[in-house]
Design a protein. Structure first.
Length: 286
């Protein structure tokens, strides 16, 4: 009906295939609308698939080979992927954020046009999605303030402050629950932590200290990314010299005793935030 109405006004109708559950249904629908008189069809990557860094090029190839009308592609296309879209059969490239979010929309457009003309991709830093392996790299380029904005101004551990200025921390959490001053489980967690993890300790938000210079040196040797303590830390002058990302609620000179109480890899609740082992933790001067 839309196609028939459009003909009265010398207009053309393009049909977006967004929402079809399978490649087979995309191909089937593309053939149907071509027979109806659609001027083009579009293979469109949904936002949830874009967030997983998924690309539509296999679907695009299948649709492009099944119809003779122009095939457009949309959803997460940038200067790195536009050339692949052309190779997969697209004749229309629809670009959104890679242009509209760029500080120089004209330059971004010219770059993508050049990619389309030459078939040579141009590297981009900010206008592409990360898969599971690339999350750490993306977060390393992002401030804690930006992360909270993306979370609608949530996620902050209120009252947990940076001990060392000018360092950035990104990693998956290894959680530790312990009593105030009992540093047995925090030290044990250092041996369990994998490279790049952040040890997150809930010591009740009270002194004595459950962390100090020796624990920090052990973390540096094991390439632990940082430590977050809802409790107390000491030896801060030495820790600052080591430039180790440490965040804590309190600074105190007194250490507690290793009584062996507590648990590792259990859910924590700090400052109203639930933290589980494996959650991504970002820390900086904020």
């Amino acid at each position: 009906e839309c196609i028939e109405a459009a003909r009265r006004y010398d207009a053309k109708i393009a049909v977006d295939l967004l929402g079809l559950e399978s490649r087979e249904k995309m191909v089937q629908r593309a053939k149907q609308v071509e027979l109806m008189g659609a001027s083009s069809v579009c293979v469109h990557t949904p936002i949830d698939m874009q967030m997983r860094a998924e690309l539509p090029f296999d679907d695009l190839k299948a649709v492009a080979s099944a119809v003779s009308i122009p095939v457009a592609v949309a959803g997460g296309i940038n200067s790195e992927t536009a050339a692949d879209a052309i190779k997969a059969g697209a004749t229309i490239i629809i670009v959104g954020g890679a242009i509209t979010k760029s500080p120089d929309a004209k330059a971004a457009t010219e770059t993508i046009k050049k990619v389309i003309a030459t078939g040579i991709p141009a590297k981009t830093t900010f206008f592409k999605r990360a898969d599971e392996k690339g999350i750490a790299e993306v977060l390393a380029k992002t401030s804690a303030a930006d992360v909270t904005e993306a979370l609608h101004n949530t996620g902050e551990l209120v009252g947990i402050n940076p001990i060392v200025q000018g360092v950035k921390m990104v990693g998956r959490a290894l959680t530790v629950w312990t009593y105030p001053g009992d540093w047995s489980k925090p030290v044990e967690a250092i041996d369990i932590a994998e490279e790049g993890q952040v040890i997150v300790i809930d010591a009740g938000g009270m002194p004595p200290a459950v962390w100090g210079e020796k624990a920090t040196k052990s973390c540096l040797q094991r390439k632990v990314a940082g430590v977050v303590i809802n409790g107390a830390i000491r030896d801060v002058a030495n820790i600052r010299q080591m430039k180790f990302p440490a965040f804590a609620r309190l600074i105190t000179a007194a250490a507690g005793e290793p009584k062996g109480q507590g648990m590792i890899a259990v859910p924590l609740k700090i400052g109203g935030q639930c933290i589980r082992t494996g959650d991504w933790i970002v820390g900086d001067d904020d």
